[in-house]
Each structure stands twice: as structure tokens, then as C-alpha cells.
Design a protein around this ligand. Structure first.
Ligand SMILES: Nc1ncnc2c1ncn2[C@@H]1O[C@H](COP(=O)(O)OP(=O)(O)OP(=O)(O)O)[C@@H](O)[C@H]1O
Length: 515
């Protein structure tokens, strides 16, 4: 049988990095092939080369035995190659069908296209309403739109770059069913993920990349997650160690019946939130995305101010009226969920990105930024957190997703905050680096600081947290000791059961907002 895709000696370098180094492998029709490797190993670069979004410096690509010459995404699509990117590319202010029409060749009859969207989404079990405005969709639904957009064109090779990082476990299972169905129909799939259990569940074969080179192949179904991790990292993963928490006497951060109106018609209002985070511990906030996590993070960080100063207390001092910068000045660090655009400014260098929050650490003299100091700080973060980057002058958008995440977390930890709030600390971060990030958060807490982690990954929360809360529909559960709870209890709370509904009535502020 002829391979659907054959790569021969693909190489690509960027200034200072050999991103792909003589990569060769094949994918057969109907095969689900995993590409795994550490952050910065060269996976996304390779996928972009196959899709034609960027070109290789050397090497050949063969599709169904025929060489693909110089190509771009539109010629790839004509060959039946489709790609779903790590970061979505949908326009928010138009409908699903309008978005899809934009990626189709020629002029489209929107009514007929909407009908086809419905058909395809039904056939593959990916419900999508073509008339919905994209801005009203959850991330999981947006992911579906991206996939349906590809499926409409009956792909022969589908590339998925970390498709499940934003999906709930149920949505992942639905996606896998679709992918298996597609593969059974003969479509080949290239699948990138850092979630080794998922790879073992879904993929027929795997190619491992390290430092831009192929370092191994594996049958993921026959290998354990530890074996796959070893292939990726080249050694056993470090065990995360956790000394018992020595909790401080009083909470470093406290939310006292905090209520906040929804920021928009589509947001979630926060209701009577009571939370305590002591020095010496990690507090986790579990929940399915869209239940108020973003709003809670904004209320703690100061991106949104509280109704009363005393709603938010930092080391006993009311800070609810302060903005984000003022709260940072007082020792509240913050790592947002979106790394591009909020955690970092993509076209800025790492030095400039370091300055954004670290200017508080003596990097401004007489109103001018001390670039030498900022560069030194950025270099320190790069080295300590093993960020793969050409140096402090590298642009944020040139870093691989996981490496940028490590840089942002490192920058905030190095600022030695009293309280650190981190949203989704290890999204897109490889298994080795995840262990490092988790260990660093534990160490920060054991140094007497309070760490608050918002994560959808229950395994992660159970691994690092001392106490847990669950957020559901803008309300927070009671506080749970990690050692005295389990996944079943947290899962139940995530559905909203057991979180006092008495106050589910809109708070006064939200009634006003609704008017
Ligand atoms: N546009 C670019 N400009 C400069 N360097 C780049 C660019 N794109 C990628 N690189 C570099 O190429 C290397 C490979 O990056 P790539 O994004 O392919 O890694 P990855 O394996 O997909 O990582 P991750 O798991 O973190 O997404 C990295 O060192 C990265 O910094």
C-alpha cells in the first residue's frame, strides 16, 4: 500500500535553532499517528511544513506517492490535507457558517452551506449550530467548528495540533469517536498531544521528536505512559515531592462574600464567594471551564475591582478597590490562562515581556526602563526554567507554546509574590516541564507563600494541592481538604450538586446588571 504521507529528510531552521533536523517517517491511509516530544521539539513546525503554512529548507513531502512541491495551505487543501491549529483562527463577531464560508474557495451559498454544516456535524457526532455567533461559543464548541470546517472538505490527511487542551473529558471522548470513525473511512490523522494517556487510547503509532530529530518510534497502545515519557525526555521523569504543608496563622488572601456582576451578557456572575488561601499551602479551584473561573481570576488579580474594598483582603488589608498594578505592587502575582496576548505580548522580546511585570523589581530608573537589568532577569528566567529560546532577545511569538508558558510562570515566581494565582499552569506544557512547574509551585508554597491554582485537570489538582474548592455557575463550594476528598466528590460538586443553591438567585448587583 502507498503511504498517504511520506516525509523524507525534512529540515528547517530559525535564527539560532534547528527546529526540524532531517525528519523522515510515513503515515498509512487510515492510520492515527502521534507525534510526541518535549516543548520546542519541533512538532508544530513540522505540521506547518506539511500543511504548507511554512516551508522546509530541505527535504521532500510525498502525498499518496506523489511529490508535493512548493505548496501553501490552499494547495494543501486541494490535496486533501487539513489542519486544526493549537490556537483557533475564528472571527468572533460573525456566525459559524460565515466563518466556514471564509475558508471555502469561491462564492458560497450560505443557506446550502449551513445545511451541509448540519449534515456533517450530525454524521460525526459534533453538534454545531451554523447560525450561532462565534463569540457565544465555548472553547469546546469552537474546537468543534474548526473540526467540522475541515471535515466538510472530506480530508485525506487531518492534522490536529494539541486539540484536547481546551476540552472537557467528555468532549475528548466525543472527539476520539469522531477521529476513529474518520480513520475507519480511510482518513489518516496526525495527532500532537502531551497527554500520554490519550495517545495510548487513540493512536496506532507514534514518532518521537527531540531537539528537532526523530529519536524513536513506538506503538503507543503497547507502551506505558512512563515508557512514552522516557522516550520523549530521554530519562525517567522526576517525582514531584511534597513536604507537609505548614499553614500560616492567618490567610494571606481572603475573599469575603465577594459578588460581582457578569462582565458581559455571556459572562458568569460571581456570587458570595468565600475563599481563604494561607501561606504555606496550595489551594486548587476545580471546575468545568465557563463556570466563572475567568471572572474569579479577574476579581482576584484586580482586572476587575470589587464592589467593596473589604471583599478582597491581602494579608488582612482590604484591596478590593485596587487595580491589577496596585495589587501586584502589594505582592499579588498572577499568571493568566491565555499566554498570547495577556500573559505575554507576542511581538515583544522576552526582555520586554519580562519588563511588563518585573519593572517593579528595580528595573526603572528616573522613569526609564533599565534594559540591562531586564535582560539579566529574562536570562535568569530562561536558564532556571529551562525555556528553549534563542535568548532574551527572542520574540514571544517565536517560542513554542509550552516554552512561553514556562517563561511566564517563571517570570511571576521570580518576582517572589506573597500570593500567586495561576490559571491552567500546565496547558500545553510537556510532561517533564509540567513536573518542574508543579514542583516549583509546591516549593513556592512551602516557602510560606500562598498559591492558588485554577485548573480543569483534576489529576494536577490532586497532585499538588493541599485544599480544594469547586466552582460551579459562579459559586464556590465549601473548602475541602485534599486528603479527605476524592475525584468522585469533586466531580459531583462540579455538576453544581451540593453547592448551596439558596443564593443562586441573582445578587442585587446582577439584577441591576440585567436591567
Ligand atoms: N516563527 C518562529 N521564529 C523563530 N523560532 C521559531 C519559530 N517557530 C518555531 N520556532 C522555534 O523552533 C523550535 C521548535 O518549535 P515548535 O513550535 O515546532 O515546537 P513544538 O514541539 O511544537 O513545541 P510545543 O510542544 O511547546 O508546542 C523552538 O525552539 C521554537 O522556538
Amino acid at each position: 500500500m502507498t503511504a498517504r504521507l511520506e516525509l523524507r529528510g525534512i529540515s528547517k531552521s530559525y535564527p539560532g535553532v534547528l527546529a526540524n533536523d532531517d525528519i523522515s517517517f510515513s503515515v498509512m491511509p487510515g492510520e492515527i499517528h502521534a507525534v510526541l516530544g518535549e516543548n520546542g521539539a519541533g512538532k508544530s513546525t513540522l505540521m506547518k511544513i506539511i500543511y504548507g503554512a511554512t516551508s522546509a529548507d530541505a527535504g521532500k513531502i510525498l502525498c499518496d506517492g506523489k511529490e508535493v512541491g512548493a505548496h501553501d495551505p490552499s494547495t494543501s487543501r486541494a490535496l486533501g490535507i487539513e489542519m486544526v491549529y493549537q490556537h483557533f483562527a475564528l472571527f468572533e463577531s460573525i456566525t459559524v457558517v460565515e466563518n466556514i464560508a471564509l475558508s471555502m474557495p469561491g462564492k458560497m451559498d450560505l443557506k446550502a452551506l449551513a445545511e451541509r454544516v448540519r449534515e456533517v456535524s450530525q454524521r460525526y457526532g459534533l453538534p454545531v449550530d451554523p447560525q450561532r455567533l462565534v463569540l457565544t461559543l465555548s472553547v469546546g464548541e469552537r474546537q468543534r467548528v474548526e473540526i467540522v470546517r475541515c471535515l466538510l472538505r472530506s480530508p485525506r490527511l487531518l492534522i490536529l495540533d494539541e486539540p484536547t487542551s481546551v476540552l472537557t473529558p467528555q468532549a475528548v471522548q466525543t472527539l476520539f469517536k469522531t477521529l476513529r470513525q474518520l480513520a475507519a473511512e480511510g482518513c489518516s490523522i496526525l495527532y500532537i498531544s502531551h497527554k500520554l494517556d490519550e495517545l495510548r487510547d487513540l493512536c496506532h503509532s507514534a514518532t518521537v521528536l527531540r531537539g528537532g530529530r526523530v529519536t524513536g518510534t513506538a506503538d503507543p497502545r503497547a507502551a506505558s505512559s512512563a515508557e512514552l515519557a522516557r522516550l520523549m525526555v530521554g530519562s525517567d521523569l522526576p517525582e514531584v515531592t511534597r513536604a507537609p504543608a505548614e499553614r500560616g496563622a492567618a490567610p494571606l488572601l481572603r475573599l469575603d462574600k465577594l459578588s460581582l456582576a457578569a462582565p458581559s451578557v455571556l459572562g458568569t456572575p460571581l456570587r458570595d464567594i468565600e475563599l481563604e488561601a494561607f501561606g504555606g499551602e496550595i489551594v486548587g479551584i476545580a471546575g468545568v471551564s465557563g463556570n466563572g473561573q475567568g471572572e474569579l481570576a479577574a476579581a482576584i488579580s484586580g482586572e476587575r475591582r470589587a464592589a467593596r474594598p473589604g471583599d478582597v483582603l491581602l494579608d488582612g488589608v482590604p484591596i478590593g478597590h485596587l487595580d491589577a498594578g496596585q495589587r501586584r505592587d502589594r505582592g499579588l502575582g498572577f499568571v493568566p490562562e491565555e499566554r498570547l496576548g495577556r500573559g505575554a505580548v507576542p511581538p515583544f522580546s522576552l526582555t520586554e515581556n519580562a519588563l511588563l511585570t518585573a519593572h517593579r523589581r528595580g528595573m526603572v530608573r528616573r522613569g526609564f526602563a533599565d534594559r540591562g537589568k531586564a535582560r539579566g532577569f529574562a536570562r535568569q528566567v530562561i536558564e532556571k526554567y529551562k525555556v528553549k529560546a534563542a535568548g532574551p532577545g527572542a520574540r514571544a511569538h517565536g517560542l513554542s507554546g509550552g516554552n512561553l508558558q514556562k517563561f511566564i510562570i517563571g517570570r511571576e515566581i521570580e518576582l517572589a509574590p506573597q500570593v500567586l494565582l495561576v490559571s491552567q499552569p500546565t496547558w500545553g506544557v510537556d510532561v517533564g516541564a509540567s513536573a518542574y512547574v508543579r514542583q516549583t509551585l509546591i516549593d513556592l508554597s512551602r516557602a510560606g507563600k500562598a498559591v492558588i491554582v485554577i485548573s480543569e485537570e483534576l489529576d494536577e489538582l490532586f497532585e499538588i494541592c493541599d485544599r480544594l474548592y469547586v466552582i460551579s455557575k459562579g459559586r464556590l463550594s465549601r473548602r475541602l481538604e485534599r486528603a479527605a476528598t476524592d475525584v468522585a466528590e469533586i466531580g459531583l460538586l462540579m455538576t453544581g450538586a451540593g453547592i448551596d443553591d439558596a443564593a443562586a438567585e441573582p445578587c442585587e448587583e446582577n439584577k441591576l446588571h440585567a436591567l
